[in-house]
Design a protein. Structure first.
Length: 352
């Protein structure tokens, strides 16, 4: 989906790539910063996809590798960074006897021969110039930028506050890169167009058109305007509709109860006391009306439900009692709280 954020990053990335083609000194780069689930990684990959399509169209049948995508290693070292490049390029297995210089030289040689002109580095917020390891990793990354005729594009979570621009190295990096910010979408025409684009990709036979567009305000409140949360919510609702064979998305409100934002966490389920002996499910009765555990087992034929003792809270999880199914001998029925004791032994506090 071509959102305004993707368009800005694609335009700026293409501009820097053209500027750096004849550059012999320090090349300019791009840093994409923003909160989580605001579409940074998606925009980064979209930039790489568009650039590779242009190169493939201009040089058909070539053996170029125009785009390289890696993730900054957590608590990384120069060797780990070089190994990320080697893993993407599919270089042969590098053993412990190969030092960092050997791996780096091999990676640079392959990238130059493959005519790579765009390098995408995700999760750059893991690089912290306030630590010794972060300084070494930054120096090694700077070595790649100076020895490769490529444009480097970085993406990370709130890089301005992660220590990326601190110290001499951080100021040098900030001076060589253009910073673009991503954020939540406001409730406007673009947000509704984004929902309509996602809804048009659904392949549900009995789905009513514009159902999700009419819920644009609710979806904005539910996701906080985050495109990542919106995508997860819509796809989860569609998959739920397929799994329960209704094949019609009646909206995320009725299909999923998973909250996708930290501002609206799901309510904590309070365990209800187990029913008394008289309230327990009897054979032949409707199990869904007596105990919440039976609602999970509507698709199996329940013969006997053995919950814990009266007045005691059920264990965590939806299946609080023991569901005894048809065909299981009585001597093999186990109590969930006393697995070492079967129903055929001396009755315990959780057996009827």
């Amino acid at each position: 989906m071509r959102t305004s954020t993707v368009k800005d990053i694609a335009h700026q990335g293409r501009l820097l790539t053209l500027l750096n083609q004849r550059e012999h000194g320090a090349r300019r780069g791009l840093i994409v910063s923003g909160e989580w689930t605001t579409g940074k990684t998606t925009a980064l990959k979209q930039l790489g996809r568009l650039h590779e399509l242009r190169v493939r169209q201009r040089y058909p049948g070539s053996n170029r590798i125009p785009v390289v995508y890696i993730t900054a290693p957590p608590k990384g070292s120069p060797r780990k960074l070089a190994m990320e490049f080697a893993r993407f390029l599919g270089l042969p297995v590098i053993g412990p006897r190969h030092n960092t210089i050997d791996v780096t030289s091999a990676v640079c040689q392959v990238l130059i021969e493959a005519r790579t002109d765009l390098v995408l580095v995700d999760e750059i917020h893991l690089l912290n110039h306030a630590t010794i390891a972060g300084e070494d990793l930054s120096d090694h990354l700077k070595y790649f930028t100076e020895h490769l005729p490529a444009t480097f594009v970085y993406a990370g979570i709130n890089v301005e506050q992660s220590g990326l621009f601190t110290g001499i190295r951080g100021k040098q990096l900030a001076g060589r890169c253009v910073l673009l910010r991503t954020g939540p979408f406001p409730l406007n025409t673009e947000w509704r167009s984004l929902i309509a684009s996602m809804e048009n990709t659904l392949r549900l036979h009995r789905h009513e058109p514009n159902t999700l567009v009419k819920m644009a305000r609710y979806l904005h409140q539910r996701t906080g305007g985050m495109i990542g949360s919106l995508s997860h919510l819509v796809r989860a609702a569609a998959i739920s509709a397929i799994l329960d064979q209704s094949d019609a998305s009646r909206g995320p409100r009725s299909r999923t109860s998973v909250s996708t934002t930290a501002a609206n966490p799901p309510a904590t389920a309070v365990p209800r006391p187990c029913p008394t002996r008289d309230e327990r499910v009897q054979p032949g009765s409707d199990p869904s009306s007596a105990h919440p555990a039976a609602a999970v087992s509507r698709r199996v034929r329940v013969v006997l439900l053995v919950p814990p003792g009266p007045g005691q809270p059920c264990p965590d999880g939806p299946a609080a009692g023991t569901l005894t199914l048809a065909g299981i001998p009585p001597d093999q029925r186990r109590c969930p709280l006393h697995p070492q004791r079967s129903d055929s032994t001396t009755p315990g506090p959780h057996t009827p």
